[in-house]
Design a protein around this ligand. Structure first.
Ligand SMILES: [Fe+2]
Ligand SMILES: [Fe+2]
Length: 279
């Protein structure tokens, strides 16, 4: 049961004069990662094989993620008519495989751990599409990002509700929850996004290098965040690991996380400027 359909987007309001090329590059990459959601759905079905309620929810979740990819891909083709989403996605699929695709049990060590990791991903995507919606001047992209962000907040709640159920049986401690959460956040700088950025923005046949591609992606994506997006994201992270999402600790954590992100942003930005690469 999707909450919206692609043909409900007001595509006829597309305004070419309001496209920001910095956004097009990261939308192309995000479209591929989102469309790849089916593989993650397969993995979740294996990890939770004897939990039919969760498997049904995971199937529905992956359909929504694929729709995010399709909507973003369609917009990116309007914005950049020379770009073909199907071709770029086929290239992505042939060069990048989810590292956990062969696993029968959660790579996080427990089902609760898996659900904490899922909550981190949904925290990242909900804040990211909120930030992108606020930054996008182009009205169709703005609408798509708002629709996607609403799905991502719902996805967080979905995984969080199942997490609470599993924590009653598995009882993993705060330190483990924190380690899993921070570990998954750190993985956002792995190949999944970097390789998508490469497929979206580098010509076929160009050699893939991780560093310039993750810098190309992050130096744009992180620049769209505002403090309010980080504050909300930190509240969600704390909630998922079992700490109060509001209050003094949350405010201090949000400030620290913001400083960390700004410093990563400056580092990626200077890498791009120093190398004067095409991105
Ligand atoms: Fe998504
Ligand atoms: Fe999601």
């Amino acid at each position: 049961m999707k909450h919206w359909r692609i043909d409900e987007v007001g595509w006829d309001r597309f305004d070419r004069s309001r496209i920001d090329p910095e956004i097009v590059a990261i939308v192309q990459a995000a479209a591929m990662v989102e469309r790849n959601g089916t593989d993650y759905g397969t993995y979740l079905n294996r990890v939770f094989h004897d939990d039919p309620a969760f498997c049904a929810a995971a199937d529905n979740w992956s359909v929504e993620e694929v729709q995010h990819g399709d909507a973003l891909g369609r917009w990116a083709m309007l914005a950049d008519p020379g770009w073909d989403f199907d071709v770029a996605f086929a290239r992505y699929r042939s060069g990048y495989k989810l590292p956990l695709l062969a696993a029968d049990n959660s790579v996080r060590g427990s089902r609760s751990g898996e659900l904490i990791a899922r909550c981190m991903v949904e925290t990242g995507t909900s804040s990211y599409y909120s930030a992108l919606a606020d930054a996008a001047g182009e009205p169709v992209l703005q609408q798509i990002c708002r629709l996607i962000a609403a799905d991502e907040f719902r996805h967080f709640k979905l995984f969080y509700d199942h997490l609470r159920r599993y924590l009653k049986r598995e009882r993993i401690g705060l330190t483990s929850r924190l380690r899993i959460a921070l570990g998954r956040i750190g993985e956002s700088e792995d190949d999944e996004l970097a390789y998508a950025f490469y497929c979206g923005n580098q010509p076929d046949g160009a050699a893939y290098e991780h560093a310039p591609n993750i810098a190309g992606y992050m130096s744009r994506a992180m620049g769209f965040y505002r403090y309010r997006h980080m504050e909300r994201a930190v509240g969600m992270i704390l909630k998922a690991i079992g700490l109060p999402p509001r209050g003094r600790f949350s405010r201090v954590a949000a400030w620290g996380a913001w400083q960390l992100m700004r410093s990563r942003y400056r580092k990626f930005r200077s890498q791009i400027e120093r190398k004067n690469v095409l991105f």
